[in-house]
Design a binder for this molecule. Sequence first.
Ligand SMILES: NC(=O)c1ccc[n+]([C@@H]2O[C@H](COP(=O)([O-])OP(=O)(O)OC[C@H]3O[C@@H](n4cnc5c(N)ncnc54)[C@H](OP(=O)(O)O)[C@@H]3O)[C@@H](O)[C@H]2O)c1
Length: 348
Amino acid sequence: MSPIEVGILGATGAVGQQFIALLAAHPWFKVTWLGASQRSEGKAYREATAWRLPAALPDDVAKRQVDAATPGRAPKLVFSGLDSSVAGEIEGAFAQAGHIVVSNARNYRMDADVPLLVPEVNADHLALLKTQSAARGWPGLIVTNPNCATVVLAMALAPLRPFGLKKVMITTLQAISGAGYPGVASWDILANVIPYIGGGEEEKIQTETNKILGTLRGGAVVPHPMAVSATTTRVPVHNGHTASISIACEQTPDADALIHAWRSFKGRPQEMALPSAPARPIVYLTEQNRPQPALDADRDGGMTVTVGRLRPCQVLDVKFVALGHNTIRGAAGAAVLNAELMREEGLL
Ligand SMILES: NC(=O)c1ccc[n+]([C@@H]2O[C@H](COP(=O)([O-])OP(=O)(O)OC[C@H]3O[C@@H](n4cnc5c(N)ncnc54)[C@H](OP(=O)(O)O)[C@@H]3O)[C@@H](O)[C@H]2O)c1
């Protein structure tokens, strides 16, 4: 099979770099186009970006000239790691010009006709694309992945849906890479915790999770009825968003049943053996001091969510800790998995 050419919008950012690293040896996709702002346009990629990843920057990408973020020269499939201040307009223009945009940005996530995908959890939501094509008349498409903290919560909760989720309280401890590069000033974040993340972070967790766990009915998603309350904090960690989560359910769940639900959870990516699919989307650890970002964020290429510390909650029913890699499972890796699913579903 000849590789499918892909472009990256926002290629110079933190998420854009992860796309380049993840696609460097991808069996299906090859990066042939890079787009970013006027600051980068016309420069060789290695001059335009401050490469921050331990993986080597591939030579062919390093030399490639960064283009303007306008449709025309890009291949049909485009991943987007654009800043949300510009993603709405630019991604819309690409879809209107016939591109398939697989986006990380928040702009279209909550639109009723746009899939907000976690392939293990709601692969059936791709059916919204029929509604999208009919409603917008675009020759292209937009598919999104969740906010980087939302995906950790949504994956940890998905196997627990049979217990009748009613209430969820979440407090996050989010890595600085979640703010892009250079992100938070070192003066503010070193030896510190910042109890606020801008850009509507808490609201995203409180709405996106319900859409992801929602049910597809009559061509639309009916959001899950559980109530979600979120507090988000920024902590001096490079990569990996940790979350302390308490839940209340219709039936008070038994600890063994919960752990079994997490450990046996699998979805369409595992059935289809997609290239970026982790063998086990959720790993439950029994050690009292896990999960930790330094030890667990990179599990299975950063695509696994690690859960631990399950115990009774004196206010709701049970509480636990969950962790996921924010720029891989929470961003670029999630989008690549979405595109792999779309290819197998014949949507590319
Ligand atoms: N970091 C995470 O963990 C994470 C997780 C999930 C989702 N996201 C979302 O992913 C997106 C990117 O995040 P990031 O952390 O990678 O941000 P970032 O490091 O600040 O990168 C932003 C990218 O957008 C480009 N850009 C900015 N203004 C532009 C314009 N006017 N026209 C064209 N391109 C423009 C930048 O290009 P220049 O370099 O040329 O300025 C850069 O490539 C955001 O929407 C973010 O909310 C991030």
